[in-house]
Design a protein around this ligand. Structure first.
Ligand code: IVH
Length: 687
């Protein structure tokens, strides 16, 4: 038994050392933090159960993997930089707080304890030294005892003062975290995209890579930032007696201190703050991976002391991971309602960012090429908050030499096996067969017809549409209007009540206003606003069908692309049959509401860049202005949101990221036009 444990301990140590090297030396971690932490925790547990197997050089006994690289000169820390113990669960956290309490109680009663809670910044630890008020040195953590000299590079960081005000101690060494703001990370990646270069994986690694540049001018371009949170060596001056007072003092000295510090009187309140911050972890323009809770009184800290690796007076409560690695089984393509073909990753399901992810979009051919992900790769999957899951990139260390770059298929997976076409200058690939011959496009078109922005048929979701089209019962949207309760009962998931409800929802949709009906038909480029303009001009569906391309193009706010597409749509026999089916089914085609639209965008300024599916450039501007908003041509600090379509202008996107303006997609734009509200995840980044 002990042999087995010893073997497992050896294995864990080897594995952790390899990961340490990848993380600390190569700035290219091979597994996400959470998996590393799990291995380290397992090793710690085994060593605790078998103290005879503990070794001085075990990863549990060392900080920073024990690595010192030779690129930069070594710096010996006069006061070692320690690591932190981690926890992931409330009970474990409260258990730690209880141990602290008992440790301070000794044989008597525990004294009052104040708990300082602050964010755990996901960056790189640094120690910065001032002598006689002048910046003299900066060093990385290294193994905690010896770090690397990064004085020239850290000097380029605007947050790092060159001089401290009069009255600063003779020697002041301060510790903190260097980080790359998320907006800055996005800006750098936008530039990578533009240059056709691979994207950086995450802000932390990019910060690490930026700091360890041999040429400090490159570091300077990356606009790194700093939060300080701890004193190192201090000579010739009084220091405050608590952590919170220390931070206030550092701020007075002109050093950057994060404003979100919260000091509470009991561990339950600390836990409440942890939970609150977890919910808000994307509100700030920097990444955090948890909360650090520290005993506030320095005298109490001294009494608690440290282990070889970490202080007993602090703990890091880690948030659930937003990045995990998993196997990329295959890259497949799917065809959307408009014929656009989108590659997506089929993944070994993995729990990340609060849900299980088994598929993730890869957007288009270029994205796959830039990320260079290949079937069989181990990939990093990221899901942050309510954003869609993303394949960040491959873990190259695990790649099988035999893999080949993925090639975009040349034929559509639809039964027609038609050729896929990607036009010059277009990022997207399309399947060219008409929607009527493609079952995929057909059911998606029907689902679009029933969707909220169109005919709003409650209870007719994608699964039901799929079942109805697969059985052959519904081929055109008009077929929906002859469905009966009895028929629906033959489909899985329907009971008497749900079937009756759906039939009545279908009935209600017979009297939807013409713009909704038009939008529901899924005419390429025709969005809700264009549909409204057409309905107002021609009043009936027949009128629109009879209009010439020129008539349509003559409407203010309707561009030539929409006009051509409308004309093409009504010229198609299959589409004419669809319209007849709707009329036969009792759908009204002549209801035009002339109500003024509500000025929901009053005071807002919305910039549109790139091609949208449902709006021409002018159409989008007209829709914004009709609702009281402004639609200027460039982005500024005052812009409310930037709507990004296909092939957006890089300058606008970069500027939006720079000044923290929310960037939204077309679906969010449609909702914005309806409600005047931005999605919760698109709140303006605060600095
Ligand atoms: S205190 C002795 N506070 O997390 C305690 N560390 O996992 C020293 N970190 O090495 C660390 N945010 O690089 C502290 N608010 C914070 C932090 C923080 C991030 C990093 C730091 C440390 C690592 C430990």
């Amino acid at each position: 038994m002990t042999d087995e444990v010893a073997a497992r301990i050896d294995e864990l140590r080897d594995e952790l050392r390899a990961h340490d090297r990848a993380y600390y030396v190569d700035d290219a971690p091979t597994i996400p933090d959470v998996e590393y932490d799990a291995l380290l925790a397992e090793l710690g547990r085994l060593e605790a159960e078998h103290p005879e197997l503990v070794a001085d050089d075990s990863p549990t006994q060392r900080v920073g993997g024990g690595f010192v690289t030779t690129t930069f000169a070594p710096v010996t820390h006069r006061v070692p930089l320690m690591s932190l113990d981690n926890t992931f669960e409330r009970d474990e956290f409260l258990g730690w707080a209880e141990r602290v309490r008992r440790g301070l109680a000794g044989d008597g009663e525990a004294p009052p304890i104040r708990w300082a809670c602050e964010l755990k910044f996901d960056g790189l630890a640094v120690s910065i030294r001032y002598e006689r008020g002048r910046y003299v040195q900066a060093a990385t953590r290294g193994d905690g005892r010896v770090g690397e000299d990064v004085t020239a590079n850290v000097a380029t960081i605007a947050d790092v003062p060159e001089r401290l005000p009069d009255g600063a101690p003779e020697v002041l060494e301060v510790r903190g975290e260097i980080y790359l703001p998320v907006s800055e990370f996005d800006r750098i990646n936008a530039a990578q995209d533009e240059a056709g270069k691979p994207r950086y994986v995450n802000p932390r690694n990019t910060a690490a890579g930026s700091l360890r540049q041999k040429d400090p001018r490159i570091t300077a371009q990356r606009r790194l930032r700093l939060w300080t949170y701890q004193l190192g060596e201090v000579v010739g001056g009084e220091v405050p007696t608590s952590h919170s007072a220390t931070l206030a003092w550092l701020a007075e000295l002109g050093l950057p201190v994060n404003p979100l510090l919260t000091v509470v009187d009991d561990p339950e309140a600390a836990y409440a703050w942890i939970a609150e911050r977890e919910g808000k972890r994307h509100d700030e323009d920097y990444e955090t991976d948890g909360v650090v809770v520290k005993v506030d009184a320095l005298a109490q800290r001294d009494r608690l002391g440290s282990t070889a690796r970490a202080p007993r007076w602090a703990i890091a409560f880690k948030f659930p991971p937003e990045e995990r690695t998993t196997l990329l089984h295959d890259i497949e393509i799917s065809v959307g309602r408009t014929g656009r073909v989108t590659p997506f990753a089929r993944l070994e399901p993995v729990f990340v960012g609060g849900s299980t992810v088994g598929v993730a979009t890869l957007h288009n051919e270029d994205q796959v090429a830039v990320k260079d992900v290949r079937p069989g790769d181990t990939v990093i999957v990221r899901k942050a908050g309510d954003v869609i899951p993303e394949v960040v990139g491959p873990v190259l260390a695990g790649r099988d030499d035999a893999t080949e770059p993925w090639a975009f298929p040349t034929v559509c997976p639809c039964p027609e096996r038609s050729t896929l076409v990607r036009a010059d200058g277009d990022a997207n690939t399309y399947c060219v067969v008409p929607a009527s011959s493609c079952p995929e496009r057909r059911w998606q078109g029907i689902a679009h017809f029933a969707s909220r922005g169109a005919m709003d048929i409650e209870g007719l979701g994608e699964q039901t549409v799929l079942a109805l089209t697969r059985s052959g019962r519904v081929r055109h949207v008009g077929d929906l209007y002859s469905l009966t309760v009895d028929e629906l009962l033959g489909y899985e998931g329907f009971a008497q009540l749900s079937a009756e409800n759906l039939i009545s929802a279908i009935d209600v949709s017979r009297s939807r206003p013409l713009p909704r009906l038009l939008f529901g038909l899924g005419i390429e480029h025709l969005g809700p606003t264009g549909a409204e303009l057409l309905a107002n001009r021609f009043r009936t569906l027949d009128g629109i069908a009879a209009a010439t391309e020129e008539d349509v193009a003559a409407i203010d706010g309707v561009g030539p692309a929409i006009a051509a597409s409308v004309a093409r749509w009504f010229a198609d026999d299959d589409h004419r049959a669809t319209v007849s089916g709707l009329v036969e089914g009792g759908v009204r085609t002549d209801i035009v509401e002339t109500d003024e639209v509500e000025p929901v965008l009053a005071g807002m300024s919305i910039v549109v860049t790139g091609a949208l599916e449902g709006f021409s450039r002018d159409g989008a501007a007209t829709a914004i202005k009709a609702r009281g908003g402004k639609a200027p041509g460039s982005v500024s600090k005052k812009t409310t949101a930037v709507v990004v379509g296909d092939a957006p202008g890089a300058a606008k996107v970069t500027k939006a990221e720079e000044v923290g303006v929310p960037i939204i997609d077309e679906a969010a734009f449609v909702r914005l036009l309806e409600s005047g509200e931005l999605p919760a995840s698109a709140e303006r980044a605060t600095d």
